[in-house]
Ligand binder design. Structure first.
Ligand SMILES: Cc1cc2nc3c(=O)[nH]c(=O)nc-3n(C[C@H](O)[C@H](O)[C@H](O)COP(=O)(O)OP(=O)(O)OC[C@H]3O[C@@H](n4cnc5c(N)ncnc54)[C@H](O)[C@@H]3O)c2cc1C
Length: 267
C-alpha cells in the first residue's frame, strides 16, 4: 500500500496578521508548526500502514524551513519526506497550490491512498485536498471520520451536519480527514533521532515541471480585493430580574430593546 500524506507548515494561528496592501499573510518572525489538523491524517496513515502494510510519503509545499514539519512526521513513523519549494510558488492561491502539489504527486508515482487534513489553520479554506483530487482525476472523500481498507477499496464514514454517511470507493482515492479519525501519537525518542538524519527530497519547479503560467500570485485566479478588520462593538444592556414581579417588566424592556434595533417587530 502506497500512502501519501500532505502536510502544511503553518504559523501559530493566534499570531497571524495580514498585509492589508497585498492581501497575503505576514509569516516573517512567526513560529511555525505542522498544521495541527494534518497530524490526524498522519496518524491515520500510520494506523493503515500498521494493519495493511506499506510505505508513507509525507509531502509539503512551502519555504525551505517547512522541512521541519516533514521531519516531525518522519519522527512519528512516516517513511520518506518530499519538500516542494520554489520562489515561483510564492503568492499561490489554493488553485495554484493544488495544481503544483498534484504535479509533484504525479512525478512521485502512483499512490493508493492520499490523505489531507480537513483544512489548514491559516488559509482555512479546506480546498487543497479536493483541488489535488480534481487535478489528478481521482475520487475524493471529504470530512472522513473513520476509514478502513477492504481489499482494493476504502470504506469511509463521512461526518456531515446531520450525522454520518458511509461510502466505499476504489483506490486510488483522496480523503480529507477530521479530528475524530484518530488520536495523533507523540514521536518517540528514536523516531526523533532518526528523523534528524533522514534525507528529505527537495524539488524545485525545474524538477516538477509545472506550467509557469499557473504559478505564484500571477498564476492564481483568486484576487484579494480588500481586507477589512470587522469592528466588534457591543452595545448591550443589562436587565436584572430579582423576583417574579420584575420579570414581566424585564420582558418589556428586552422587547423594546430588540424593537429599537429592528430585530423584532410588534404590533
Ligand atoms: C491571492 C492569494 C495569495 C496568497 N499568497 C500567499 C503567500 O504569498 N504565501 C503563502 O504562504 N500563502 C499565500 N496564500 C495562501 C495560500 O494560497 C494557501 O495557504 C494555500 O493555497 C493553501 O490553502 P489553505 O491554507 O486554505 O489550505 P487548505 O485547503 O485549508 O488545506 C487543506 C489540506 O491541504 C493540505 N495542504 C494545504 N496546503 C498545503 C501545502 N502547502 N503543502 C502540503 N499540503 C498542503 C493539508 O493537508 C491541509 O490540511 C495566498 C492565497 C491567496 C488567495
Amino acid at each position: 500500500m502506497k500512502i501519501l500524506v500532505a502536510v502544511k507548515q503553518v504559523p501559530e494561528t493566534s499570531k497571524v496578521t495580514l498585509d492589508e496592501k497585498t492581501g497575503t499573510m505576514i509569516r516573517e518572525g512567526v513560529t511555525s508548526i505542522v498544521n495541527p489538523l494534518d497530524l490526524y491524517a498522519v496518524e491515520k496513515a500510520l494506523e493503515v500502514k500498521e494493519t495493511a502494510g506499506g510505505e508513507i510519503t509525507v509531502l509539503s509545499m512551502g519555504p525551505p524551513g517547512a522541512e521541519r514539519a516533514i521531519r516531525e512526521c518522519l519522527a512519528m513513523g512516516c517513511d520518506t519526506g518530499v519538500l516542494i519549494s520554489d520562489r515561483k510558488y510564492r503568492g499561490s492561491d489554493t488553485w495554484s497550490t493544488s495544481y503544483v502539489i498534484s504535479q509533484a504527486i504525479s512525478k512521485l508515482g502512483q499512490f493508493d491512498l492520499l490523505l489531507f487534513g480537513e483544512r489548514a489553520t491559516d488559509g482555512d479554506t479546506g480546498q487543497v485536498g479536493p483541488g489535488v483530487a480534481s487535478f489528478l482525476g481521482l475520487p475524493v472523500l471529504t470530512y472522513v471520520a473513520d476509514l478502513a481498507i477492504v481489499g482494493a477499496r476504502v470504506q469511509a464514514r463521512r461526518l456531515v451536519e446531520t450525522g454520518y454517511e458511509n461510502y466505499t470507493a476504489p483506490m486510488p482515492v483522496v480523503a480529507t480527514v477530521v479530528k475524530e479519525i484518530a488520536v495523533p501519537r507523540l514521536p518517540t525518542l528514536r523516531g526523533k533521532q532518526s528523523s534528524r538524519k533522514a534525507k528529505i527530497t527537495m524539488w524545485d519547479n525545474d524538477r516538477i515541471g509545472a506550467d509557469g503560467s499557473r504559478l505564484g500570485l500571477d498564476g492564481s485566479p483568486t484576487r484579494v480585493v480588500r481586507i477589512i478588520r470587522p469592528k466588534v462593538a457591543r452595545e448591550g444592556t443589562r436587565v436584572i430580574v430579582k423576583n417574579e414581579q420584575t420579570a414581566l417588566g424585564a420582558v418589556d424592556q428586552i422587547m423594546e430593546f430588540l424593537e429599537k434595533r429592528g430585530v423584532v417587530e410588534t404590533e
